[in-house]
Design a protein around this ligand. Structure first.
Ligand code: AQP
Length: 336
């Protein structure tokens, strides 16, 4: 007899670009939540290689970064049997749905995206169509898996809003087709700031290596980067307006140690910025150590990574067959 599941798990989709080694902003803003959610939800996590070529990449370096990013997700503790962990380009349905959805997205909507404006400024010699339509591909990523929730940093909130609008528009035109996704944003780590400029978000493409801490940095490098972090001329270690550099370090320390802001303020009462910065560096290094050790083992085994990529690709393709077929029917294509 056919079993009816009255209480299916809610679905999650999230992705990370293999544009460089992830930094602690990516880790605390997105990846760490991925791990927490994998028991409670049906999770799909992707290395979004198609997104990464909106900015020019060196092919050999990109290939290496895709392998490394994938290995990092496994090293972090994602279970490829329980969750779907895959490389976006290994499921061609993303690109196909993206084309269809781009015909349901307005030029004006895409022109308003702040990431497009920012990246156009940064890459003025390469303002390509992919950079412009990036949010449509992101909508396709999410809607293809009928995701209920999307764990992201705050920088992706506008794109997610657009994905919701596209889903609602399509559903209104053709009947219920897509789940309308909600963002899942963890408050304290929604936006980890650059260590060199507490008003700019920590970013993979920042040219100053001291601005971000890579999840693969060794202990000495991590501590050195925190020692050099830009703060203020005040002395007090407390979380308050106007102390953006210290606030950022407190948020990072809190996320790395699970201590509350009050506990941290008490712990460093009367101590100087120097001691605090070293403590943050040590805590971040301790947080990353198990993942780094596991990564070193996994990255040596190319066959293991390849096999897991094949497993992920198969699972991703299986999960998206029905939705794309439904979309084809809805828009009026002949389905064979
Ligand atoms: N600084 C951050 N704080 C918190 N969350 C962040 N995310 C990115 N930066 C921060 C979140 O990490 C996830 C994956 O990021 P991505 O690689 O897809 O996004 P990105 O914006 O391209 O990352 P970068 O580091 O800023 O790269 P560049 O320099 O190329 O623009 C996302 O959920 C994102 O919100």
């Amino acid at each position: 007899m056919k079993q009816i599941n009255n209480n299916p798990k809610k679905k999650i989709f999230s992705g990370i670009q293999p544009t460089n080694t992830p930094h602690i902003g990516n880790y605390l803003g997105a990846m760490k939540n991925w791990l927490k959610l994998q028991d409670e939800y049906e999770c799909t996590y992707s290395i979004v290689d198609l997104h990464s070529i909106t900015v020019r990449q060196d092919p050999a370096k990109l290939r290496k970064q895709i392998m490394e990013s994938f290995a990092l997700l496994i090293a972090m503790g994602l279970d490829p049997e329980k969750s779907t962990v895959f490389v976006q380009g290994h499921n061609p349905r993303h690109a196909e749905l993206s084309w269809i959805l781009s015909c349901y997205t307005q030029f004006g909507e895409l022109s308003r995206m702040t990431q497009f404006k920012d990246k156009s400024k940064k890459n003025s010699d390469n303002i390509n169509a992919g950079l412009f339509t990036y949010p449509v591909l992101m909508a396709a990523d999410i809607l293809l898996y009928q995701a209920d929730l999307v764990p992201v940093g705050i920088d992706q909130k506008q794109h997610l809003e657009l994905a919701r609008n596209i889903a609602v528009r399509f559903n209104n035109a053709y009947g219920e087709t897509f789940t309308v996704p909600e963002p899942y944003i963890s408050k304290s780590t929604a936006k980890i700031m650059s260590l060199q400029d507490p008003f700019a978000k920590m970013s993979k493409s920042d040219e100053n290596p001291n601005s971000s801490v890579s999840v693969l940095d060794d202990r000495d490098t991590i501590i050195r980067k925190f020692k050099r972090a830009v703060t203020d001329s005040d002395k007090e270690i407390c979380y308050k307006e106007g102390k953006d550099g210290i606030n950022n370090l407190i948020s990072i320390y809190s996320a790395a140690t699970d201590k509350s802001i009050e506990q941290i303020e008490k712990e460093f009462d009367g101590k100087g910025y120097g001691d605090f910065k070293i403590a943050v560096g040590e805590a971040v290094s301790d947080m990353l150590k198990p993942m780094q050790e596991r990564f070193k083992e996994i990255i040596k085994d190319k066959k293991y990574i390849n096999d897991l990529m094949i497993l992920g690709a198969e699972k991703a393709q299986r999960a998206t067959f029905k939705t794309l077929k439904k979309v084809h029917k809805r828009v009026g294509f002949v389905v064979l």
